[in-house]
Design a protein around this ligand. Structure first.
Ligand code: DCP
Ligand code: MG
Length: 355
């Protein structure tokens, strides 16, 4: 589906754990509050409210540092069961509008409302209704981004935080990315930002002037992603646990390769990343299929799969032999590995959350 046809909402609760704590203890209203471990036990801050952020307190900061920056900071222990219960409430609200929900964490999700008929299909009005219902039913505020794809929606939801909404219509995407600091693109952390700056890339316009191949040389596989994002492009679908039937990694090579040996060496490079992603999804590594994908220089592609319940490198290598035979003299421009996930719906839902 083209981006123009899609309507994606990214919903993100405002200073989530801290907001829940202030809601449940009104004496905290207006005061700087952080949720986290105690400073004498080398604890860290999970999050803090906006009053505390004025003092420079941040998520993942050592509690000791936070208290130094803001001596009047009120530290509260986390109550995960309460946060999970609120998360279920907001998901029940999402489900009134669409089944296409991709949870990212307890307080954050993508919704694909392209086919939603409420509010005559206006994604903006749907997002406003969701924020209103969340506030009425939980007493907490959420921010939302509305856009033609996940990347823009996510960045947009941050734009008018807290308790804000930002709508980026398809025609506004070019101007939105034009003004976007690279640091705001998911995946560009301080290290990548520094690296890009050293290469003379400071804005999305600078990135757009490069070729994906050059960016790949500098940044590896992320180079391709960054290039797309700099144009406002993100083709990833909203993946519900129902739809998430596989986990895969692939790489477009900076130069086409021609030997089976080279393909196998790329396979070995990709495997740790696949395992890492699978472990994130399901530490028990339950799978029902392994597959290898090759894309040839003429852009035709082939996939070879085999059912299995145990992830094995030797099987990937055997599948690669078969896939490579189909090259028939053509060079290879992309190598991918994937695993099919078992179909137990209930388990799949649990895996998405760290509940
Ligand atoms: N969290 C955590 N450790 C981190 C980051 C976050 O434990 N390093 C927890 C606490 C947050 C929750 O996850 O409340 C949601 O994370 P967000 O990044 O969405 O941050 P907040 O919701 O707290 O704040 P914001 O208003 O910026 O979204
Ligand atoms: Mg949040």
């Amino acid at each position: 589906m083209s981006d123009k046809a899609r309507k994606i909402i990214h919903v993100d609760m405002d200073c989530f754990y801290a907001a829940v704590e202030v809601r449940d203890n009104p004496t905290l209203v207006g005061k700087p509050v952080a949720v986290g471990g105690e400073s004498d036990r080398r604890g860290v801050i999970a999050t803090c409210n906006y009053e505390a952020r004025k003092f420079g307190v941040r998520s993942a900061m050592a509690t000791a540092t936070a208290v130094r920056q803001c001596p009047q900071l009120i530290l509260v222990k986390p109550r995960f069961q309460v946060y999970k219960a609120v998360s279920r409430q907001i998901h029940a609200i999402f489900h009134r509008y669409t089944e296409l929900i991709e949870p990212l964490s307890l307080d954050e999700a993508y919704l694909d409302v392209s086919d939603c008929e409420s509010y005559r299909g206006s994604a903006t009005l749907i997002a406003e209704a969701i924020r209103r219902e969340i506030f009425e039913e939980t007493g907490l505020t959420a921010s939302a981004g509305v856009a033609p794809n996940k990347f823009i929606a996510k960045v947009a939801s941050d734009q008018n935080k807290p308790n804000g909404i930002c709508v980026v219509a398809p025609d506004d995407v070019p101007a939105f990315v034009e003004a976007l600091p690279l640091r705001k693109i998911p995946g560009v952390g301080p290290v990548t930002e520094q690296k890009l700056a050293e290469l003379g890339l400071k804005t999305t316009a600078d990135v757009r002037m490069q070729t994906p191949k050059v960016l790949q040389k500098w940044l590896g596989r992320y180079g391709d992603v960054l290039w797309k994002r700099s144009f406002g492009i993100d083709e990833r679908p909203v993946e519900t646990s129902r739809l998430r039937r596989s986990v895969g990694v692939e790489t477009t090579l900076s130069e086409d390769i021609g030997s089976l040996q080279q393909c196998k060496s790329v396979l070995s490079d990709l495997l740790p990343e696949l395992i890492q992603r699978l472990d994130k999804h399901d530490p028990k590594r339950r799978i029902h299929k392994q597959g290898v994908k090759l894309k040839f220089a003429d852009f035709q592609q082939t996939t070879v799969e085999q059912t299995t319940t145990e992830l094995r490198q030797s099987l990937f290598l055997a599948l690669m032999d078969k896939a490579f035979e189909r090259a028939d003299g053509r060079k290879i421009r992309l190598v991918g590995l994937n695993v099919g996930l078992p179909e137990e719906e209930g388990e799949a839902i649990q895996l998405q959350f760290e509940w």
